[in-house]
Design a protein around this ligand. Sequence first.
Ligand SMILES: Cc1cc2nc3c(=O)[nH]c(=O)nc-3n(C[C@H](O)[C@H](O)[C@H](O)COP(=O)(O)OP(=O)(O)OC[C@H]3O[C@@H](n4cnc5c(N)ncnc54)[C@H](O)[C@@H]3O)c2cc1C
Length: 377
Amino acid sequence: MRDFETIVVGGGASGCLCALASDKKVTIIEKDNKLAKKLLVTGNGRCNLTNLQVDDKYYNTSIKKYLSVFDNKKTLDFFNDLGLVSYSDEQGRVYPISNSAKSVQQIIVNRLSKTTPFINDTITSIKKEGENFVLAGNNDSYSCKKLVLACAKCELLDGLKIKYKAFSPSLCSLKTQSTRNLNNIRVDNVKVSAENNLGQKKSEIGEVLFKESGLSGIVIFNISSLFARQGSFCGKVTIDLLPSLSESQFLQLLEKRKGLDVLVSDYFDGLFVKEIAYEILNRLKLNENRSCKELNESELLRIAKTIKNLSFDVKGFYPNNQVYSGGVCLDDLDEKLQHKKVKNLYICGELCDVDGECGGYNLQWAWTSGYIVGKSI
Ligand SMILES: Cc1cc2nc3c(=O)[nH]c(=O)nc-3n(C[C@H](O)[C@H](O)[C@H](O)COP(=O)(O)OP(=O)(O)OC[C@H]3O[C@@H](n4cnc5c(N)ncnc54)[C@H](O)[C@@H]3O)c2cc1C
């Protein structure tokens, strides 16, 4: 058994920030052979490390009081002091100027190598023995007085008998009925509206990528949190393919397009790609081999309604989730992110029941919570 004052389990974003921010000596136990390895895949390899518009509305819960200690600006100053130069795009997303997540990971690893011992081991269970935490790992066992759990979704909480909300994948692609005919088609500037089985709703405008049996893209990732937080991926997603036109404006346009005098199969050319046109015609069971001039008022209305409400039944998720929703509720933690019932136990990052939208919000929570814990231990 190896004894330590403070152990951080998990050398990901929040655990590393915690160790960097702390004035005390901490030891990180990480199951990967490198620290902050996951950072390399974030932001499509570019690491979208925060957003200039961080706000409660992008999260499932209020994190205002924590942001008042360490917000996006302080995060950027912190990284700047480490030597990282960053820039933001038109949506406020912040990236390293190198456009490489490696820059963020390397700067963290290099700085930590001077101060923080790192043990490569997987912790399999934790229990409290008197004042100490006792951790069993695959290679060794450890004890410490203060314990930081920064290991994202994991079962280690069970040994400490603390309650938490079940984890559910979030920010992922959605499985729906077959969309084979639309596979790999992208539609941009569409409005996606979703409703889960609890009647909760969410909508967003942006790009959707169709898969063989489902929907993907950043908007869908954000929409997926509605189902993740419900704990089941059941409900409906509706896509308005032309949100800039009202239904009546669109009807007028359809009426006018009858003057094109083309076959129904070509009637949508210039509006949508053929795959979308065929999807509409299939759904409405319209004969495509007649002149569009023959389309009557009720058919035009059905076309307009379908294009503005292309609906999909949500039947599950794809395991490409960026985060997990669920974890330890902030109500059970104090302002230092110490557990109210288990003294000297600190929780940070994704293991807290905090999940945000795509755009740098999840890493921001990892930095914010890691910093607060680092300064508290
Ligand atoms: C593909 C992808 C892209 C993403 N892109 C972005 C983005 O651009 N911007 C953004 O804001 N967010 C992004 N995220 C989300 C972001 O990466 C997470 O929110 C963030 O990493 C959470 O930090 P964390 O420290 O809580 O967990 P993690 O970074 O996951 O770190 C947890 C660490 O604990 C270790 N660990 C787990 N269990 C054990 C154990 N039993 N023993 C020892 N070690 C253990 C893990 O190996 C891991 O290193 C992305 C996620 C993914 C998957």
